[in-house]
Design a protein around this ligand. Structure first.
Ligand code: FMN
Ligand code: SF4
Length: 433
């Protein structure tokens, strides 16, 4: 069943919606007070588990299940990290929270810290973020000054410090284990698992890493209860999603939709359709690491994870890119591969070498020196990434390449045969050449 747009975890954005005074007027930090004064840590964990909240960072892992690995009575320090790295191209919804609703994250993190008995929590924020960093830092200062963070919060005896850690611009540092390694002051290399991070994470202590949007749902869940949360979206994927939409779209931006919202309604009604009335060619649904879907693929689909998966892709990080008819998919892949090659951390041979090979091949094709055999080689290299690397970047980059080749192979064949794009002469090609 198609769903309606709802305002759930976000609220009306005003020029002052990031300030504590306005947040308090709207009832902000009421959930923190409720959790600390009327609930046990176990009860908060149970409520989040019962809500069915799933991770919004890309993998949709159940949040309650992740939290439940932490043993509250194990006598160890526990850590909580909000992942605000947001490096996935096309994704800019966490930035939106940090700029417009930083207290939503801080309040939710403090509740999560209470549930997990965390004394020191961290926000790992993308190095390039300037306004989001300043807004978050200022909001945190306000929270400390009001006794909402730090020692003896709201006089309850619970204490938690939140530390903001700025990254240095590496995509791979958004991967949970690389993020922790980076906070420890080392080079941001992803770690092999097991052990899971909830067993041995930051400084070898049990650690929960959650995406900014995931965590920002927690205050709402505590305020309204798990049942109310589950009533939104679908039982298997409850709640809303923040979709950041960009590309050839009339009104790019961040839209909060109830999970299950009709895809075309989002593009054509809410976002005003394609730029300059162009035809939609395809969509990258959830960050460039998710497989491309053609306009025909998404026809009649609702934004339920299961429906997107049945069509052959995933909702990933919620970073949607709408691509107009006439866009050259060969050049689009060239941009993607330049990115992946540059960002590979180099630990795993299939990713380190594979990204370089793929990048060199696509550059050669765009130069007009491609060979038909290149396409098979690209597919083999991409398949070799699958399951053979430490982190998910190798697999994801491989899927993205395979997805484009599967749908638009004819454009690559045309480029190789004629030494130029099928889309030569149209606006997009002239712009990118
Ligand atoms: C290369 C790579 C980059 C990633 N970047 C991010 C990121 O910027 N933000 C994020 O929340 N998750 C990112 N992830 C996913 C994280 O590893 C992790 O699954 C997520 O932060 C867990 O939070 P969640 O369960 O709330 O979704 C990335 C994963 C990979 C493999
Ligand atoms: S898959 Fe790539 S980015 Fe991930 S650890 Fe291996 S080399 Fe590094």
């Amino acid at each position: 069943m198609a769903k309606d747009a709802k305002i759930l975890m976000t609220f009306e954005v005003t020029p002052t919606s990031h300030l504590l005074s306005e947040v308090r007027q709207r009832g902000g930090y009421g959930a923190l007070e409720k959790a600390l004064k009327t609930m046990t840590p176990e009860a908060v964990g149970k409520e989040v588990n019962a809500s069915g909240l799933q991770g919004r960072g890309g993998a949709a892992f159940p949040t309650g299940r992740k939290w439940s690995v932490i043993q509250l009575d194990d006598g160890q320090q526990h850590h909580l990290c909000a992942n605000a790295d947001e490096g996935e191209p096309g994704t800019f919804k966490d930035r939106w929270i940090l700029e417009n609703a930083p207290h939503q994250l801080i309040e939710s993190m403090l509740i999560a810290a209470y549930a997990l008995q965390v004394r020191h929590a961290f926000v790992y924020i993308r190095g390039e973020f300037d306004l989001p960093y300043r807004r978050l830092a200022a909001a945190l200062e306000e929270a400390y000054a009001a006794g909402l963070a730090g020692e003896n919060i709201l006089g309850t005896g619970f204490s938690c410090d939140i530390v903001i850690y700025r990254g240095a611009g590496s995509y791979v540092c958004g991967e949970a284990s690389a993020l922790l390694t980076s906070i420890e002051g080392k080079r941001g290399y992803p770690r092999n698992r097991p052990p899971r991070l909830t067993v041995k994470g930051l400084y070898q202590k049990p650690t929960v890493v959650n995406n900014v949007e995931t965590l920002s749902n927690v205050a709402w869940i505590v305020n309204h209860g798990a049942e109310a949360f589950k009533a939104i979206g679908s039982p298997k994927a409850p709640g809303t999603r923040l979709i950041s939409i960009s590309g050839h779209i009339a009104r790019p931006g961040v839209y909060e939709i109830e999970i299950g919202y009709p895809w075309r309604r989002l593009i054509y009604d809410d976002c005003g359709g394609m730029l300059h009335g162009a035809e939609l060619k395809c969509v990258i649904p959830g960050g460039i690491s998710t497989k491309v879907l053609t306009a025909a693929d998404i026809d009649g689909l609702n934004l339920y994870p299961a429906e997107v998966e049945a069509a052959g892709s995933s909702m990933g990080s919620g970073g949607m890119v709408a691509i107009a008819e006439g866009t050259c998919m060969v050049r689009l892949m060239q941009v993607m591969l330049r990115f992946y090659h540059h960002e590979s951390c180099g630990q795993c041979t299939p990713c380190r070498e594979g990204m370089g090979w793929l990048h060199r091949i696509i550059d050669r094709i765009v130069e007009g020196k491609g060979r038909m055999a290149d396409l098979g080689v690209m597919e083999r290299i991409s398949r070799l990434q699958d399951g053979n690397t430490i982190c998910g970047m190798g697999d994801a980059a491989g899927y993205a390449v395979l997805g484009i080749l599967a749908k638009y192979r004819h454009e690559f064949e045309h480029f190789i045969t004629h030494g130029r794009s099928m889309c030569e002469g149209n606006l997009e090609c002239r712009a990118s050449s």
